[in-house]
Every structure is written in structure tokens, then in C-alpha cells.
Design a protein around this ligand. Structure first.
Ligand code: RUQ
Ligand code: CUA
Length: 618
């Protein structure tokens, strides 16, 4: 490793001014001032008309928004910003019985919490195809949601070696891979080593998760051993840059302790450019060492897999333009966003035009690969795209969105966000052909913009119309904590099913006729096959002995959409919701003696209240 000497700029006037700005940006304005700022009444009426989706009409887009440490995904209609549904992923959700039945309980394992950040819709030829949604979370996991029924089908991980999976789940243009990367480097393989050995003994990991093209099933394919930086965001190359992945990193100082100081010293950190096809080939050629059961490629032994692109300063978002030609790196501690040119990166690699290396990974020369530094404003975080080379960068410190143009690099427009925007999402914004219709700013703060609800104020999402030269703020919405990234897809690309068709139900414990419902016993095991249909749960009572292992398998034999039935068993913490055509099981020990009622939790008919029974434990 070569160590450079870098100028100390962490306490520079720029950084201090930026911090002061954060404080003032957040002061709420009086209502009158706000109205004046929004412009004349006719403007308001026009904006209202744009977002108004009349009763009975449907939104043209879905937005899938990460719910951060709520562990959920929230689905909105755009432009109405109506919250359509919550998809529980990493957290139990009683409303849908998620995390209560045997299958979802097993999927969650012993983690009932997850910090979700970046949803990624599956793609075909760089276009969202409406099949699956992937989402990462910090405990080294990644999940797949099926958009046929909007349900979580698989959670992969926690994967070995990788820790704090933030730079994830970015999919490649044909959904060959979703990616994972370490934010908190630690010893690989995992073992207790003091932080004094951080710079040499701790490692980062970039992982490729292979996705089965027909089933969507995820498997961990390979990992790459990386220097102990904090890998932050990523994006897949597309079209000309297809086959490459880009990951931003900070703390290339390899510092520990008070990172706000120690990890902000260098003028430039890195974006790691990974040739994932080369990684795939290296594994196929038998390269890589097995560490904790995973094939890990060490770039010191296998060359040509990873390169480091210097990018100022503590870059956060890294985003690839729709044509794949440009890689935009947003240094969150500066006033510009940096645009790299993919062709120049390839030329530099071919010519071995390297500055030096970090743990044997070649470092490219900034001047050789950079196309422009665009003066977007302070604290650039993330960039989204529209058609015709339009780019939109969120500015955390300026609390604004800057619109600028690829190629000419001119900043065209800027709108303030209320307040402190993080991510932003454009309609079809990560595809090879963004729509350029709607843009949503996902803000960290909102105070003063809504009726107060106490010290913890809801997060805000703001909708902008981007069809014209000037961006227009048209709607404020408030959301559950904690918004991170979101993706917006054309509604007609998703074809959800109405019911689970009876012929597709292959569950071994399914029963489709009330006369097949009933109780069987084998030793200390009690099996209850239950039928749920308006308005009875059959059997209407069943018995067990204290200490028995009870399995209740419930089939909802309805074939009418939205005819859900629930199974709430009081005092036993059991709560299932079974969709039409679905079978779910719950297995538990009859620990408590006595009589316990069970009942349908979903209002299903005029006789819903009668849908009840008794569990008797002797
Ligand atoms: S991060 S505010 Cu978790 Cu995606 Cu950028
Ligand atoms: Cu079934 Cu209520």
C-alpha cells in the first residue's frame, strides 16, 4: 500500500459554513410567507390539478420507497402520493400476519429488525420489467419481493465476511446480479482484533448476489476482498458500461474513532470500479479462496477485477447516466459533483495509466478520467436522470435540487426542498430511458410543513413536476420513518394477481373442502387442517393437551379478490392472515391451559363477527 500525504481540510471554512447552513435551512416559515413563496392562486390551482387523481381514477406510476429501519417498503401512487400499501420485509407486521406464520417467521430468523436502504426493481435490457423488487438492509441481508403479489419471498443472509450492507441492492441491467458491500469494515474472516490494527487487519467486501432469471432466487456467488474503506452507494453500468459496477467509499484514510474528523482529511476518496464479468470469470476459472464458506477474490492475487477512481470529497451517491457514458460521483463535503467518463476510464486501464495502488488495487489518475466538475451547490448526495441528458442532483446542505445537463455541464435550475433532502427518485429514473415526468425529493426533515405531532416530526416527500424547463414543486406528503431511496415505475408494467389460483396451491396441508377439515393426532403432535371461508373457521373448536406441539394449517378457499380471513388466537401471540387461495401454517406449543378463543381478524362479511371458535388445552 502506498500512503499519501493529504491536505487537512476537514475544518475548512467551507465545511463550517456548510454545517451552519444546515441549521438555518431548517427554520420553519410562517404560513403567509409560505403562501407567497408558492406563488399566485392560479399557480396553486394548476399544481393541484396536476396531482389530482379523481375518485375511481388510478395513478400512472407506483413508487416503491424504502422504509429505513422500519424494515418495510412503502408503496405510493404517483402523482397522488397516496400510500397504497406497506410491504413488510425485515420486520414483523401484524396487519398482514407477516412474521407470525411458520414460513415468514423462519425467513426473518432471529432478526426482527432491519435497516432497509435501496430498493432495486428488476430490469430487462436496462428497463424496469415489473417482476421483482430487491432491497438491502444493514445486517448483511438482501430481500426479494415478488411484484405478482407484493410479498417478500426470500431473505438472503446475513452473508459471511460482509458487515453493514449499505452499498446495496443495485441490480445489473438484465438482473444478473444484485450487489452488496461493506460499510463497516471488520476483520475477514471475522475474529476479535483491536481497532489499532484497523488499517491492515480490517477489510471491506464487495459481493455479487446471483439472481435466477426465471425464479428470482438469490444465491451468494462471490466476494471481493477490499481495503478497509466504508463503501457507501453503488450503481450498475449500463449499455456502453454494462458489465461494470461502481461503488463510492469514504474513510479511505483508514481511520477509526471520531470519523467526522479523522475520515474527512483527504481531498479525495474513491469510487471502486468493478468488472463483474471478470469477477464471474475468475470464479469460474477456479480462482478465489474460500473464507467462511464463500469464494473470495483477493485483488492482490487476481488482477483486472477492481480499479479505484479518486473522487472528492467523501463521495456519497454514485450514479450512472442512462446512456452508460457518465459516472456521477457526489462528494458530500464539497460544492461540485464530479462526472467521470467511462471511455476515459477504459483507456486509462488499457494504458495502465495508474497513480499508484491501495492494497494492490490500481488507482486511476483523476485528471485522466474526469470530464467535469459541475457546480451544483453544497452537499451533493444523489443524482437522478431525465431524458435528453437532464440530471437532477440532491443537495443536502443547500437543501435543494439542482437540475443540470450532461455534456454542457450547465446548471439550469434549482428548487429549495423542505428540508434537507437525501435521496431523490425520478420516474423510471434508473433505466436507460427515464420518463422525465415526476421527481420526488425524499427529505430528512419536515418541521413546520404540517400539523405538529410532537417532538418527532414525520419525514417529508415532495413531488416535483419536471416536464418543463423549470422544476415545479407541486405536492408535500409525509411519510413513515425513514425514507431512503425509492424507485418509480410505470403502473402498467406491474401485473398483480387477483387471487392465488386454486390449481397453483401445492401446499401439502391444503384442504379445499370443509369436510376434509379436522384434527389428527400423532403422539404429542396435533395437526389441525382448517378451512376459512365466509363466515366460518372450520373446525369451530379443537383440543390439545398441555405441552403438545400444535400445527394449524389454514386454507382460505375463497377465489374472490380481497376476501382475506385472519386467524387471531388470543393469549398465544398468534396472528395469521390468509389471502384467497393461500395456505399458511403456524406451529406452537400448547403452553397455557384453559380455553382460548380464535377469530377472523379481517372484516370479511356481514357475519365476520361470527367467524370464531375455541382452542381448549387440557
Ligand atoms: S443513503 S441520503 Cu442510506 Cu442511500 Cu443517501
Ligand atoms: Cu373472515 Cu372476517
Amino acid at each position: 500500500m502506498t500512503v499519501h500525504r493529504h491536505r487537512l481540510v476537514w475544518a475548512s471554512p467551507l465545511v463550517l459554513a456548510m454545517l451552519a447552513l444546515v441549521a438555518t435551512q431548517c427554520a420553519p416559515r410562517a404560513p403567509q410567507q409560505r403562501r407567497a413563496a408558492a406563488g399566485a392562486t392560479s399557480d396553486i390551482a394548476q399544481a393541484a390539478q396536476k396531482v389530482y387523481v379523481a375518485p375511481g381514477d388510478l395513478d400512472p406510476y407506483y413508487m416503491f420507497s424504502s422504509g429505513g429501519h422500519s424494515g418495510n417498503v412503502y408503496v405510493y401512487g404517483i402523482p397522488s402520493m397516496r400510500h397504497l400499501v406497506t410491504i413488510p420485509v425485515f420486520t414483523p407486521y401484524p396487519a398482514t400476519g407477516y412474521g407470525f406464520d411458520d414460513d415468514t417467521k423462519k425467513m426473518l430468523g432471529d432478526l426482527t429488525w432491519g435497516d432497509a436502504h435501496h430498493p432495486a426493481l428488476s430490469e430487462t435490457k436496462g428497463e424496469y420489467d415489473g417482476r421483482w423488487l430487491f432491497i438491502n438492509e444493514m445486517n448483511g441481508r438482501i430481500a426479494r419481493i415478488d411484484l405478482r403479489d407484493f410479498k417478500t419471498k426470500q431473505i438472503l443472509g446475513p452473508v459471511p465476511n460482509l458487515h453493514g450492507n449499505h452499498a446495496s441492492s443495485f441490480v445489473t441491467p438484465n438482473t444478473e446480479y444484485a450487489m452488496m458491500a461493506t460499510r463497516f469494515s471488520r476483520p475477514v474472516p471475522q475474529r476479535p482484533v483491536g481497532v489499532d490494527k484497523y488499517a491492515t487487519e480490517y477489510k471491506g467486501i464487495i459481493a455479487g448476489v446471483k439472481i435466477n432469471p426465471t425464479s428470482g432466487e438469490m444465491t451468494l456467488a462471490w466476494e471481493i476482498l477490499m481495503p478497509p474503506f466504508d463503501y457507501d452507494l453503488g450503481d450498475a453500468g449500463k449499455l456502453v458500461s454494462d458489465g461494470w459496477m461502481f461503488f463510492s467509499s469514504y474513510n479511505t484514510e483508514r481511520a477509526t474513532g471520531k470519523l467526522e474528523v479523522t475520515a474527512s482529511q483527504r481531498d479525495r476518496d474513491y469510487i471502486a470500479a468493478v468488472d463483474w464479468r471478470a469477477a464471474e470469470k475468475a470464479i469460474a476459472d477456479g480462482k478465489g479462496d474460500v473464507i467462511d464458506g464463500v469464494k473470495v477474490i483477493d485483488p492482490a492475487k487476481v488482477a483486472g477485477i477492481v480499479y479505484l477512481m479518486p473522487c472528492g470529497k467523501s463521495p456519497h451517491g454514485v450514479d450512472v447516466s442512462p446512456d452508460g457514458k457518465y459516472i456521477v460521483g457526489s462528494g458530500k463535503l464539497q460544492g461540485v459533483t464530479t462526472v467521470f467518463n467511462f471511455e476515459k476510464i477504459q483507456t486509462a486501464i488499457r494504458n495502465r495509466d495508474f497513480l499508484d495502488d491501495e492494497d494492490a488495487i490500481p488507482v486511476l489518475k483523476y485528471e485522466s478520467i474526469k470530464d467535469a466538475e459541475v457546480p451544483v451547490g453544497l452537499g451533493p448526495l444523489h443524482t437522478q436522470f431525465g431524458p435528453d441528458g437532464m440530471a437532477y442532483t440532491s443537495l443536502f446542505v443547500d437543501s435543494a435540487i439542482a437540475k443540470w445537463k450532461l455534456g454542457t455541464w450547465e446548471v439550469i435550475d434549482k428548487v429549495p426542498m423542505s428540508y434537507s433532502i437525501g435521496h431523490l427518485a425520478a420516474a423510471e429514473g434508473d433505466t436507460v430511458s427515464p420518463d422525465g415526468t415526476w421527481l420526488v425529493g425524499l427529505n430528512k426533515l419536515s418541521h413546520g410543513r404540517h400539523l405538529s405531532v410532537g417532538p418527532s416530526q414525520p419525514e417529508s416527500s415532495q413531488l416535483l413536476d419536471i416536464t418543463e424547463e423549470k422544476m415545479k414543486l407541486v405536492y408535500d406528503a409525509f411519510t413513515e420513518p425513514e425514507p431512503h431511496y425509492a424507485q418509480i415505475i410505470k403502473a402498467d408494467k406491474i401485473k398483480p394477481i387477483e387471487v392465488y389460483p386454486k390449481e397453483e396451491n401445492k401446499h401439502p396441508l391444503a384442504v379445499w373442502d370443509i369436510k376434509d377439515a379436522g384434527v389428527t393426532r400423532q403422539g404429542k403432535k396435533v395437526l389441525v387442517k382448517m378451512v376459512a371461508v365466509r363466515s366460518t373457521l372450520t373446525p369451530t373448536d379443537f383440543e390439545a393437551n398441555e405441552g403438545d406441539e400444535v400445527t394449524v394449517a389454514i386454507t382460505n378457499i375463497e377465489q374472490t379478490t380481497d376476501e382475506l380471513h385472519g386467524f387471531g388466537l388470543l393469549d398465544y401471540n398468534i396472528n395469521l392472515v390468509v389471502d384467497p387461495g393461500e395456505t399458511k401454517t403456524v406451529t406452537f406449543t400448547a403452553k397455557k391451559k384453559g380455553v382460548f378463543a380464535y377469530y377472523c381478524t379481517n372484516f370479511c362479511s356481514a357475519l365476520h363477527q361470527e367467524m370464531q371458535g375455541y382452542f381448549i388445552v387440557k
